[in-house]
Design a protein around this ligand. Structure first.
Ligand code: GAP
Length: 460
């Protein structure tokens, strides 16, 4: 069965619960730029931390980097972006709208009645012309072409130009990689679908430098490893697929390329969330030529020097964060209750809040005990304390926020020193001593499950 389209509902939930807001909303908004609210920043930080952990901390053959957004303008000539990073554009001289020539069939004219570009009698469509997607600005006080710089359209080039710096500083031997997380900017002509395609976004990129001839072997290894990483985030395996780039799709730098696609549901369907590319020695060769600096790797043991080939894994932090939300969104009926619930079944390690703490009533020492429990848990993970309203409503609020565990303090708690842990996904409840609540939850988070039954974290 096809997955339903939940994007519109998510946009509304994201605003209501403080995941994602439209940028500069009080001024009418900025096109395709979004701000992450209190819950959203935690979720996206968790995604990024998980990537950094898997790609840098857990490996001794990948080093971290945080290169600047502004780079020497020659970088973008060498990389091919000045000449080739463009989309074909068609203007309508009548309504001033712009359309991508290659997406004209799917485009909609803004005027009413709703028609396709060219279908109104007075449409005046121009011939296609190339429009560069890089944002241009000026460095220093003078706004002339000599001072022009670009906001980087990908983080990868910061890695290529630092290849020898990192290799020499860390004494890494090929094969090894460099990874970084950072903002990238593209003046997209047809942005949209919430945070799927935006003009400002974050990439998590890794370039793995290998000896030519071993590149396809590494390409296959990284392809498999990256798919596993997405499954580890909780994305359903049947919503993930590879898409191999055909001759015409291949970027100017790529020898081989696969997209990892996620099924966003509805008409959007399967879309790229990550690219795995074999970039050959294209980038290092270009930078060597344009900078005049030798960028070869010296293999002392084998007494040879060469320009390494590069396997790149490039994933959008915002796109993956959106995928986790789409994957997690459910509208469910609850047995014995008239009102259903909206729940985000987020992976417990990604959830912005790990545990909600709820005194059943505001009397008999329950708030005091709940305060103490919350303060203890807060030392280990994000906690939300809520004593306002009926307990059912408080659970529902945390379900919508994706909080995997709820801890309730009731009249028996103050007598016996124990609490109830409620599981977001299967709604089961277990009773544990207040002191052990933190360990029990930590065990569930570490075991990557948020149900009382599945996984049997062992300590419950
Ligand atoms: N360095 C290679 C590179 O940038 P890409 O396929 O253009 O490759 C990689 O981008 C990833 O960056 C994409 O899979 C997507 O997740 C993310 N991305 C690219 N453009 C984006 C945009 N306009 N908005 C949000 N994410 C974007």
């Amino acid at each position: 069965m096809p997955h339903p389209d939940v994007l519109e509902k998510l946009v509304s939930l994201a605003k209501r619960r403080g995941f994602i807001f439209q940028s500069s909303e009080i001024y009418g908004g900025t096109g395709s730029v979004w701000d992450y609210g209190p819950l959203g920043v935690e979720l996206k930080n968790n995604v990024k931390a998980r990537w950094w952990n898997a790609m840098v901390r857990q490996r001794d053959d990948v080093e971290g980097l945080d290169a600047a957004i502004l780079m020497h303008p020659r970088v973008w000539e060498a990389s091919g972006h000045v000449a080739g990073f463009s989309d074909p554009l068609i203007d309508c001289k009548t309504c001033k709208a712009r359309f991508r020539a290659d997406k004209l069939q799917d485009a909609q004219c803004a005027r009413k009645p709703s028609k396709k570009p060219g279908e109104h009698g007075d449409c005046q469509l121009t011939e296609p012309r190339q429009f560069n997607l890089m944002f241009k600005t000026f460095m220093g006080p003078v706004e002339d072409s000599a001072a022009a710089v670009y906001l980087r359209p990908e983080t990868a080039q910061g890695i290529f130009v630092n290849f020898l710096n990192v290799q020499q500083a860390t004494r890494q031997k090929v094969p090894f990689g460099i990874a970084q997380i950072g903002k990238a900017f593209r003046n997209e002509i047809t942005p949209g679908n919430f945070t799927f395609r935006t003009r400002e976004f974050e990439q998590m990129e890794m370039q793995f430098f290998v000896e030519p001839g071993t590149d396809m072997e590494w390409f296959e290894k990284w392809k498999a490893a990256r798919r596993e990483w997405h499954i580890g985030l909780g994305l359903d395996a049947d919503r993930l697929q590879f898409h191999q780039h055909g001759e015409k799709e291949l970027a100017h730098y790529a020898r081989a390329a696969f997209d990892i696609e996620f099924d966003f549901g509805g008409t959007l369907g399967f879309q790229e969330i990550e690219g795995v590319h074999n970039r050959s020695d294209f980038d290092l060769k270009q930078h060597q030529e344009f900078s005049g600096k030798r960028l070869e790797y010296v293999d002392q043991a084998a007494n040879k020097r060469y320009l390494p080939y590069v396997i790149e894994t490039s994933v959008g932090a915002d796109r993956v964060t959106l995928a986790t939300l789409v994957n997690a969104y459910r509208e469910e009926t609850v047995e014995g209750e008239q009102e259903g619930r909206t729940v985000l079944r987020l992976h417990p390690a990604l959830a912005p809040i790990t545990a909600g703490v709820f005194p059943l009533t505001k009397k008999d020492g329950q708030p005091e005990m709940a305060d103490r429990v919350a303060a203890e848990l807060r030392k280990r993970f994000p906690v939300f304390y809520d004593d306002a309203g009926a307990i059912g409503r408080r659970y529902r609020r945390q379900d919508e926020a994706g909080t995997p565990f709820g801890i309730t303090i009731d009249p028996d708690s103050t007598k016996n020193g124990d609490v109830t842990i409620r599981f977001r996904d299967d709604l089961r409840q277990i009773r544990v001593s207040a002191e052990r609540a933190g360990d029990v939850i930590a065990a569930y988070v570490a075991s990557d499950v948020a149900t009382a039954e599945a996984g049997k974290a062992g300590t419950a």
